[in-house]
Design a protein around this ligand. Structure first.
Ligand code: URA
Ligand code: SF4
Length: 186
């Protein structure tokens, strides 16, 4: 556990705790407001993120940005990170040993950000944060409260690229997030 961002970031730069270190160009640590009330958690970097070292800058991220814009959500007011910090080959789902090796970094990020709300983007985020017994299809759209943090599981934005009909639910879930945020922010 690191008590400040600098120490945490420095500890990750040369991380070789799992095999994903072998093919990465850059570690994708996280981006945004380090005091955000709302944190979003994705799966892992894709090709664009690996190149730039920033989460959700590729196609899926751009689609998510559009949803933010439509709902008047300022990306700069959020903190965004992933389950694994290095790109899995061919964008495959991170394996259990990889997620487990990397999760301490994310837990440390959550402790430092102290978000009130965490949006879980897709199955990998949901299962690794709340438990393997959860499934995204039934969990999405429903609030789960744990230790004073409100969790909203929703579709991963890449799923919206494959299935347009999921966009409506994704939008609805983000709307719930903003409603909850307005309800609890003070
Ligand atoms: N998909 C993710 O889960 N995270 C990213 O940063 C980009 C795409
Ligand atoms: Fe380290 Fe995480 Fe990268 Fe694995 S994915 S090498 S645990 S930073």
């Amino acid at each position: 556990m690191y008590n400040n961002w600098e120490e945490l970031e420095n500890s990750i730069v040369n991380c070789k705790k799992c095999k994903l270190c072998q093919n990465r160009t850059n570690i994708v640590f996280g981006v945004g407001n380090k005091n955000a009330d709302i944190m979003l958690i994705g799966e892992g970097p894709g090709a664009d993120e690996d190149k730039q070292g920033i989460p959700f800058v590729g196609k899926a991220g751009q689609l998510m940005d559009k949803a933010f814009k439509g709902l008047d959500i300022d990306r700069q007011s959020l903190y965004i990170a992933n389950i694994v910090k290095c790109r899995p080959p061919s964008n495959r789902v991170p394996e259990n040993d990889e997620a487990e090796a990397c999760l301490d970094y994310l837990r440390n990020q959550v402790i430092l950000v102290k978000p009130k709300i965490i949006v879980l983007l897709g199955s990998t985020a949901l299962k690794n944060i709340l438990g393997k017994e959860y499934g995204i299809t039934s969990a999405r759209g429903n609030w789960i409260e744990r230790k004073g943090i409100y969790y909203m599981p929703t579709w991963h934005p890449a799923a919206l690229l494959r299935d347009e009909t999921k966009k409506i639910e994704f939008w609805k879930d983000l709307k719930s997030v903003m409603e909850k945020y307005n309800e609890i922010k003070n």
